[in-house]
Design a protein. Structure first.
Length: 596
C-alpha cells in the first residue's frame, strides 16, 4: 500500500535529501589515506515485483498535467481535423504520444513502442493504450499544409497563458524574436519535396522563428533544400510579432544578413525595433571607409563569464599555435576592433536608418613571418537611437542572436526534432513541428517553476540534462480503470481479474438473443471462462482444503470424467466498449493473461 504524501511533506523530503548530498560533498578534500578504492562491489539481486508497477519516466506525468491544464488537448481536438473517425484515438492522442516519445529520449518513430509497452506509464497518462508506430506514421502522412498551420495555431494559442503568469518574468520588457534557417540532411532518394542546398547537401531547409527570452520555437516551416533562408520569412515574422507584441512592452527582431528585408523596414519600424545584419555591399563599405578617424571608438567586449573567486588560472601552452607556426600555415589573428555609426537609406525605404559598423583589424601571419594586415567590416542596421543604445550595445544585442544556434543545435542533436523520418515534405514538416513541441514543453515547465532562479536555470538547461533531471524519475503509478463491469482483462490492473460464474447457467448478461449457447450445459462442469479463476498459492486463505495448515498437502487424483474440458468459447464481450482492442494472441477457451 502506497501512502499519499502532502506537498509540504514532499518538499521537506526533497530538502532533506539535498542536505544529505551536500553533506557528502562537504567531505571532499578532508579524506585521509584510504587502503582500498572508494568504489567497491557487492552481490546484487534484481527482483521483479508482482504487486507494484513503476515506470522510469515519472516526470512525464507532470508534463502531461501541465499540457492538459493549459488546454492544449482541447485546442488541438477542436481545431485540427485530420482523422475522419476516432477509432479510438483523437488527433491530440497522436500528437502528444509522439511529443512524449521525443520528450523521453526517443529519436525515431519506432521509439513510440517504448511508451505503449510501459503499462505504468500508460496508467499515469490515463490511457488504456497508445498508438502504434505504424499508426503514428500514417497519421503524419495525412497532414496537408492547412492542417500544419492549424496545428501551429493551436499550439500558439496556449502560450499567452504562460506569458501572462509566471512566464512574464522571463519575457521581460523587451521580447527578442530571432529568425534563421537550417539544413536537414537526408540520405533518402525517394523523399518528395527534398532538394540540394547551396552546400551540396540533399534534404530540407526549415525556417525557425524563436523567442529568445524563453527559448521557445514559435514557428517552424519546412521548405525544400534549395530554398534560401529568407524565403517567405517576412510573413512568418509578422505572425510572430502579432503573437508576442500584446505581452511585451517592446519587440525586437534579430537576424543575420539574409533577413535584412529592406522592403519591410518601414512597416516594421512602426511597431517594433530591429537589429539586423546586412551584407557588406559597396555602398556601405564606401561610407565606412570615408569616415573620419575621430568617428571610430575602440570596441571592448564584456567578459564571457566571471569566476566566483575573482581569479583566473594561468593559460597553458597553445599547442595549435605551435603547430601552425612550425608548419608555415597562414594564421589569422584578431588584433582589435573599432566601432562607428552613420545613417543610410536603403533603396526600398522612405527613411534613413542607423547603421553600426564594426571594423576588425586582422593580422595575417605565415609561420613566424607577419604579412599585410587585413581590414574587415561588419554592418548592423537598427531602429534604436544612439542615446538609449550606444554602438557597443547594438553589437552586443546583435551577437545575442547567436544563442539561436544553440537552440537549433539542441533541436538537431538534442531531441532530434530536425529530422526527416517520413516520406514527403508535409509529413516531415508535421514530425518536426510535433517534435519541437517537446522542446516547447521543456520551456513551459521552466516558466512554471516557483523560484525565479530555477526558471532561468531550467530555461538554459540542455535537453539531455533536463531528461536526466526531470523526466527520468522512477515513479509508481496507481492503476487506472474504467467504471462499470468489465469482463475482459484490465490493462492497468496489477493482478489478473477473477471470473465469477453467473447465478444460473445460460448466456451472460447483456448478451443478444442470437448469441450461441455455452459449450457445456452441465452446471457441475461449466466452461472455463465461467468459473472463478484460481488464486495463486500465496493468496489462498490459511486452513482451506487447498492449503492445509501444516504437513505435506495430500496428492489429489481426479477421474478423467471430472476434469474440465477445454472449449473454444471466448469470454463475454465488454458491453461498455464498442471496439475492444486485441491484446496479443489469445489461447482458445482461456482469457487474456498478459499484454504483448
Amino acid at each position: 500500500m502506497v501512502k499519499k504524501l502532502s506537498h509540504e511533506q514532499s518538499r521537506r523530503n526533497s530538502a532533506r535529501r539535498r542536505r544529505g548530498v551536500e553533506a557528502r560533498h562537504r567531505q571532499a578534500g578532508h579524506w585521509g589515506p584510504r587502503p582500498v578504492p572508494m568504489l567497491t562491489s557487492q552481490k546484487i539481486h534484481y527482483e521483479v515485483g508482482g504487486n507494484v508497477e513503476a515506470t522510469g519516466f515519472g516526470g512525464l506525468f507532470a508534463m502531461h498535467r501541465l499540457v492538459t491544464r493549459l488546454g492544449l488537448v482541447t485546442a488541438i481536438d477542436a481545431d485540427l481535423h485530420v482523422l475522419k473517425m476516432h477509432l479510438p484515438y483523437h488527433e491530440s492522442d497522436h500528437v502528444l504520444t509522439l511529443a512524449y516519445s521525443v520528450l523521453t529520449g526517443g529519436t525515431r518513430l519506432e521509439d513510440v513502442d517504448r511508451l505503449r509497452c510501459d503499462v505504468p506509464l500508460m496508467n499515469g497518462l490515463g490511457a488504456r493504450l497508445l498508438p502504434d508506430p505504424t499508426t503514428t506514421g500514417d497519421f503524419l502522412r495525412r497532414f496537408s499544409e492547412a492542417d500544419l498551420l492549424t496545428l501551429m495555431d493551436a499550439i500558439n494559442s496556449v502560450r499567452p497563458k504562460l506569458w501572462q503568469s509566471r512566464g512574464g518574468d522571463l519575457v521581460g520588457e523587451v521580447a527578442y524574436l530571432d529568425a534563421d534557417g537550417s539544413i536537414v540532411a537526408t540520405t533518402g532518394e525517394l523523399k518528395q519535396g527534398m532538394d540540394i542546398s547551396y552546400k551540396g547537401i540533399w534534404g530540407y531547409a526549415p525556417l525557425l522563428v524563436t523567442l529568445a527570452n524563453t527559448r521557445e520555437v514559435l514557428f517552424l516551416v519546412n521548405r525544400p533544400g534549395n530554398a534560401p533562408s529568407h524565403l517567405d520569412a517576412a510573413g512568418w515574422i509578422d505572425k510572430a510579432i502579432a503573437l508576442v507584441a500584446p505581452h511585451a512592452k517592446r519587440v525586437c527582431l534579430r537576424g543575420d544578413t539574409d533577413f535584412a528585408l529592406t522592403a519591410n523596414f518601414d512597416r516594421w519600424a512602426q511597431t517594433i525595433d530591429f537589429v539586423l545584419g546586412t551584407d557588406n555591399i559597396a555602398a556601405l563599405r564606401t561610407r565606412a571607409e570615408a569616415l573620419d578617424a575621430s568617428a571610430w571608438r575602440r570596441l571592448h567586449r564584456p567578459a564571457p563569464y566571471q569566476t566566483r573567486t575573482g581569479q583566473t588560472r594561468a593559460r597553458r601552452h597553445n599547442r595549435k599555435q605551435q603547430v601552425i607556426a612550425e608548419r608555415g600555415f597562414v594564421n589569422l589573428r584578431l588584433d582589435y576592433e573599432d566601432v562607428a555609426e552613420f545613417t543610410y537609406r536603403p533603396g526600398k525605404c522612405r527613411r534613413g536608418y542607423r547603421v553600426v559598423v564594426v571594423r576588425k583589424n586582422i593580422s595575417r601571419m605565415k609561420g613566424e613571418q607577419a604579412l599585410i594586415d587585413e581590414i574587415r567590416y561588419f554592418f548592423y542596421v537598427t531602429t534604436y537611437a544612439a542615446d538609449t543604445h550606444p554602438a557597443a550595445r547594438i553589437v552586443e544585442v546583435a551577437n545575442g542572436r547567436c544563442d539561436q544556434e544553440n537552440i537549433i543545435g539542441q533541436l538537431k542533436s538534442g531531441i532530434n526534432a530536425l529530422h526527416a523520418p517520413v516520406d514527403d515534405l508535409h509529413s516531415n514538416w508535421a514530425y518536426m513541428l510535433i517534435a519541437a513541441l517537446a522542446w516547447n514543453i521543456k520551456s513551459w515547465h521552466a516558466m512554471m517553476m516557483h523560484r525565479k532562479t530555477d526558471r532561468h536555470g531550467f530555461i538554459r538547461m540542455e535537453f539531455k540534462r533536463f531528461l536526466d533531471t526531470v523526466i527520468r524519475i522512477p515513479a509508481i503509478s496507481r492503476p487506472w480503470c474504467w467504471s462499470g463491469p468489465v469482463p475482459s482483462l484490465c490493462a492497468c490492473s496489477p493482478t489478473p481479474p477473477t471470473w465469477t460464474a453467473p447465478s444460473a447457467p445460460g448466456p451472460p448478461p447483456n448478451a443478444s438473443a442470437s448469441a450461441p449457447p455455452p459449450a457445456s450445459d452441465n452446471p457441475a462442469n461449466p466452461p472455463r471462462h465461467q468459473t472463478q479463476r484460481r488464486l495463486p498459492a500465496t493468496a489462498i486463505p490459511h486452513g482451506s482444503s487447498r492449503n492445509p495448515p501444516r504437513g505435506k498437502p495430500p496428492k489429489r487424483t481426479r477421474h478423467e470424467s471430472q476434469r474440465p474440458t477445454r472449449t473454444d468459447t471466448k469470454p463475454p464481450p465488454n458491453p461498455h466498449e464498442d471496439h475492444p482492442p486485441a491484446f496479443g494472441r489469445q489461447r482458445p477457451g482461456r482469457p487474456h493473461s498478459s499484454l504483448v
